[in-house]
Design a protein around this ligand. Structure first.
Ligand code: UDP
Length: 357
C-alpha cells in the first residue's frame, strides 16, 4: 500500500453538496472520500457554502454559483459571475497548495483546466460529463497534451467524446453497498431517478409507463421547472408520480420495491450512478444503449439495453423484465462497484501522477 497522501478535492461550483444540483458528482465525491479515508489518506474537501457531506468535513467557500454546463450550448462562451464561487474555490486551492500532495478537480468548468499549469502542486481532473462545449473540449485537450495522465473519467464511452480517450484513466464509480437493501419481491411500479432536466428524457419513461399501464415513481431534483410543467401538462399522472428529491436512505426504500429502473438519457450519460444504486437493491435496469448505462447493464441478466429514443423498445423491455434475476443484479453491484475497488483505482491513478512530479 502506498504511503498516505494529503489530498484536496475541489467540488463542483454549481451547487452546495447535498442540494442535488451537482447530480451524481455529489455521491461520487462522498464515496471517494470514504473509500480513500478507509485506505489511510488524509482528504480535505472544498465546496460551495452550505455543503454537507455525511461525516466528511468540508471547507465551505462562499460566492455565486456557476451555471450548469449542460444548459449552455456547444458554442457558449466561458462565463463567471461576480464573486464567483468557482474562482474563490480555486483561489483557496492556490493559497493552500503546499499543504497537499495532489489537488483533484471534480468541476466540469473551464477555469480549473486552464489553471493546471500555474500550480506547483499537481492538479488531477476527474471529468464528470461527456463533451458538451467547444471551449471545455479545448481546455481538456490542452491538459491531455501538456500533462498526460492527469485526466480521469467514469467510462470509456464518455472519454471518447473528447477525442483524446487514451489520455484518460477510466475509473468507473461505486456505492456504499451496506446502505442499499436487497428486495426480492417488488411491487408493480417502475422507478425513474435523476435530475428533472431535458437531457434525462423523462417524457419517454412517462410515455412507456403509460403504454405498459404500470405506475412510475419519479425521484430527483427538479432542476428545470418549465420542462417539468410541460411534462405535467402532457401526462396527467406525472405530478402524482413525483416523490421529490430524497436522501439515499429513503431513496433506496422506494427504489428497492420497484420492478425496474428506467433510464432514458438523451445525451451521452457519463456514467449514471442511479443504475448501480438500482442494482445494489436487486432492481434491474432498462436503459437506452447510450453512454455509461451501456457499459453497466448486462443484457438480459441485470437489465435490458434498448435502442436509443425508442419508447416501444422500453415497453418491450418492461414486458420481459421478470426474465432478469434480481440476485444477479445485487451480485453485479457487489463485484463491480465496491467502494474499496473505487478507492484503489483512484489511488493508483493518483500515484502515477504524484510519481511523475
Ligand atoms: N438522487 C438523490 N435523490 C433523489 C434522486 C436522485 O440523491 O431523490 C441522486 C442519486 O443518488 C444520484 C444522483 O442523484 O447520485 C444522480 O446522478 P446520476 O449519475 O444518475 O446523473 P447526473 O445527475 O450526474 O447526470
Amino acid at each position: 500500500m502506498p504511503s498516505p497522501r494529503r489530498l484536496l478535492l475541489i467540488s463542483t461550483p454549481v451547487g452546495p453538496l447535498g442540494s442535488g444540483l451537482g447530480g451524481g458528482v455529489e455521491l461520487t465525491l462522498l464515496n471517494l472520500c470514504q473509500g480513500l479515508r478507509a485506505r489511510g489518506h488524509q482528504v480535505t474537501v472544498a465546496a460551495p457554502e452550505g455543503s454537507s457531506l455525511a461525516d466528511v468535513p468540508v471547507v465551505e467557500v462562499s460566492g455565486q454559483l456557476q451555471p450548469t454546463a449542460h444548459t449552455q450550448g456547444r458554442n457558449a462562451l466561458v462565463t463567471l459571475p461576480a464573486d464567483s464561487v468557482l474562482g474563490n474555490l480555486w483561489r483557496y486551492a492556490q493559497q493552500q497548495q503546499e499543504q497537499f500532495d495532489l489537488i483533484v478537480n471534480l468541476a466540469y468548468d473551464w477555469l480549473p483546466f486552464y489553471l493546471t499549469e500555474f500550480f506547483d502542486t499537481p492538479v488531477a481532473h476527474f471529468v464528470t460529463m461527456g463533451s458538451l462545449n467547444d471551449a471545455m473540449d479545448e481546455a481538456i485537450q490542452q491538459v491531455a497534451r501538456q500533462f498526460p495522465g492527469r485526466l480521469g473519467a467514469y467510462t470509456r464511452t464518455q472519454a471518447e467524446t473528447f477525442g483524446v480517450a487514451d489520455a484518460f484513466a477510466i475509473l468507473s464509480s461505486a456505492i456504499a453497498l451496506e446502505q442499499y437493501d436487497f428486495c426480492a419481491t417488488p411491487g408493480e411500479a417502475l422507478a425513474w431517478l435523476g435530475r428533472i432536466s431535458p437531457e434525462k428524457g423523462l417524457e419517454d419513461a412517462l410515455e412507456a409507463a403509460e403504454m405498459a399501464q404500470v405506475p412510475l415513481k419519479i425521484l430527483g431534483k427538479l432542476e428545470d421547472a418549465s420542462y417539468w410543467q410541460q411534462l405535467c401538462d402532457r401526462f396527467p399522472h406525472a405530478a402524482d408520480y413525483y416523490l421529490g428529491f430524497l436522501p439515499t436512505r429513503e431513496l433506496q426504500q422506494v427504489l428497492r420495491q420497484c420492478r425496474a429502473l428506467v433510464m432514458t438519457p438523451r445525451w451521452i450519460e457519463a456514467f449514471g450512478n442511479v443504475a448501480i444504486e438500482a442494482l445494489a437493491c436487486g432492481v434491474p435496469v432498462i436503459a437506452y444503449a447510450r453512454g455509461g448505462p451501456a457499459e453497466i447493464v448486462q443484457q438480459g441478466k441485470t437489465g435490458w439495453l434498448v435502442e436509443p429514443d425508442s419508447v416501444s423498445g422500453l415497453v418491450e423491455a418492461i414486458r420481459k423484465i421478470d426474465q432478469c434475476d434480481r440476485h444477479a443484479c445485487r451480485r453485479q453491484a457487489e463485484t463491480d462497484y465496491s467502494l474499496e475497488a473505487l478507492a484503489l483505482r483512484f489511488e493508483q491513478w493518483f500515484e502515477t501522477i504524484i510519481g511523475r512530479t
